[in-house]
Design a protein around this ligand. Structure first.
Ligand SMILES: [Cu+2]
Length: 102
């Protein structure tokens, strides 16, 4: 089960915080795509397409797991990103500009 294995891996990577998360916590990862609207105060505002099983298309602000992820992002840039969801909280764990065809 691919999803189960990925969940275990992510739990391991996130394990350096305060209290260890019990195995019962529900952590999932969703992949989205959209356009960068703004980058401000460690967050990125994205006009994103619908993310099946997660949320409809909308413009919203995301926190990022590492502030370095915001480097190189520019307003108007089309991006693909991965959102890690743990219980009610979510954070972008990776974000990259899309390749543009000439
Ligand atoms: Cu959204």
């Amino acid at each position: 089960m691919k999803r189960f294995a990925a969940s275990l891996l992510l739990s391991g990577l996130a394990g350096c915080g305060s209290a260890p998360e019990p195995e019962t916590s529900r952590e999932t990862v969703h992949v989205g795509a959209g356009t960068v609207v703004d980058v401000v105060e460690g967050r990125v505002l994205i006009d994103h397409d619908a993310i099946p099983g997660f949320m409809d298309a909308m413009t919203m602000s995301f926190g990022v797991e590492d502030p370095a992820l915001l480097q190189g992002l520019e307003v108007g840039m089309e991006v693909s990103f991965r959102v890690k969801v743990l219980d009610a909280a979510f954070v972008i764990e990776s974000i990259e500009p899309n390749e543009r065809s000439p």
